[in-house]
Ligand binder design. Structure first.
Ligand code: PMP
Length: 434
């Protein structure tokens, strides 16, 4: 195999070098120019980078090797991937996945309802149920699949789904697919939610759906107050814990542990196995009666192939580690506080993030892409989050802190982000006043 020459600094190369070898990138470049988008946008679509033989290989969070296409490889401080507990390359997780593949093969060849269930799926569901103090856990092949499957299985025409305006796309898609009426309330605005609940008292069944931790802001939903309100009005509550399990609460059990309330306060807890838990998959933690309905009538469990045994085993090993090593959660929370405080000390706007997901406001599409690219040149890898994913004018860099980050790397990254975003600000102001 051809050796990849190492380049410590992306500054040694030009964006043009990064385009080399990618036909798709070159052909879409002109179009993006016409649309007024920075070509750096293409650089952040990782599928565009390099020929398929040289696609990016990215290790666990921390300082993995970041292989930008075929000819560039260097180390970055990776704040762009949500492996919150740094378990993606844990030897115990890798071993569990390999052993499951050896034992059961690479797939089960069926949906869970029919031929797709291996013992490891049941072990995972049982362990998760105990870990989360839930009567029943039903797993799916993705967190997205869980949301678009669970809501339509439980709610339908004649019902109402009320979503926080910033709730994850999969909740919105699930609500639309259910054919229930859909309303949205202003982000974390309980006055607005109560207004809607008061005016829809005659609706047969109502579901209020929120993110426990919001995936673009890092805000927490005020769950104790939301749950009180929702139940006072006779509605049901669903919380998506994708960014909270393994992240908040003293031992990583999520939003209920964080607020020290009974997990039963949330009727349906949705989770993913792709973030703090180092695999892919999703789940619903629910009362036993709801679990029975989901098992037999939620479409992703009936009509879509089961999680592979390797993924299920990796997830199970990940949950076991989370359960037995809560110190990882403590370290994650310490790291997140360190990073957020350093950014705030530089006067940056982190949207009031209260979690390990820390956005930094830039405020303009091109300036945000340019900032992300400049950061990559300085070995700091973050997500550029643009409209329409977030409202125009609130474009941001999104950083995921993990327990695997070295605190000194986090301080260095925060200082580097501050120097770049400060430089981007006049650009943003010029664009806004133009
Ligand atoms: N819910 C939220 C809040 C998320 O952030 C995500 C992933 N970005 C999902 C659901 C979907 O999870 P998955 O990637 O497992 O499909």
């Amino acid at each position: 195999m051809e050796a990849i020459p190492k380049s410590r600094n992306l500054g040694d190369s030009t964006p043009r070098d990064l385009l080399t070898g990618s036909k798709r990138l070159l052909t879409t470049r002109d179009l993006l120019y016409q649309l007024g988008a920075s070509i750096h946008g293409m650089l952040f679509d990782r599928q565009n980078l390099g020929p398929s033989s040289g696609r990016i290989v990215l290790g666990p969070p921390g300082r993995p090797e970041f292989n930008l296409g075929r000819y560039l490889a260097h180390n970055v401080i990776n704040l762009a991937t949500y492996g919150y507990l740094g378990l993606g390359a844990d030897p115990r997780v890798k071993r569990a996945a390999s052993e499951a593949i050896e034992k059961y093969g690479t797939h089960t060849g069926g949906p869970r309802l029919l031929s797709g269930t291996a013992p490891v799926h049941c072990q995972l569901e049982q362990y998760l149920a105990e870990f989360l103090s839930a009567e029943s856990v039903v797993t799916y092949s993705s967190g997205y699949g869980a949301n678009v499957s669970v809501i339509p299985a439980l709610f339908g025409p004649g019902d109402l789904v009320v979503l926080d305006r910033n709730a994850h796309r999969s909740l919105y898609d699930g609500a639309m697919l259910s054919r229930a009426a859909v309303k949205r309330f202003a982000h974390n605005d309980l006055g607005h939610l109560e207004y809607i609940l008061r005016r829809t008292a005659d609706v047969r069944r109502r579901l209020v759906a929120v993110d426990a931790v919001y995936s673009m802001e890092g805000h927490l939903a005020p769950i104790p107050d939301v749950a009180d309100l929702v139940h006072r009005y006779g509605a049901f509550l669903l919380a998506d814990e994708a960014h909270s399990i393994g992240v908040i609460g003293r031992t990583g059990r999520g939003i209920c542990e964080h607020f020290d309330i009974d997990p039963g306060a949330i009727d349906i807890r949705i989770g993913t196995l792709s973030k703090a838990i180092p695999s892919v998959g999703g789940f619903a933690a629910v009362p036993a009666s709801v679990g029975a309905i989901l098992r037999y009538s939620s479409h992703a469990r009936v009509f879509s192939a089961a999680m592979t045994p390797g993924d299920a085993a990796a997830a199970l090993a990940g949950v076991e580690i989370l359960d037995k090593e809560p110190e990882r959660v403590t370290q994650l929370q310490r790291n997140a506080a360190l990073f957020g405080t350093r950014l705030a000390g530089h006067g940056l706007d982190t949207f009031g993030s209260e979690s390990a997901l820390v956005p930094v406001r830039v405020g303009n599409r091109i300036a945000t892409l340019d900032a992300a690219h400049s950061l990559l040149e300085r070995d700091v890898y973050v997500n550029a989050i643009l409209s329409p994913g977030v409202p125009a004018g609130s474009e941001r860099l999104r950083c995921f802190v993990t327990s695997a980050h070295d605190p000194s790397d986090l301080l260095l990254a925060a200082d580097t982000i501050a120097s770049i975003v400060d430089r981007a600000r006049p650009h943003v102001i010029a664009a806004v006043t133009r």
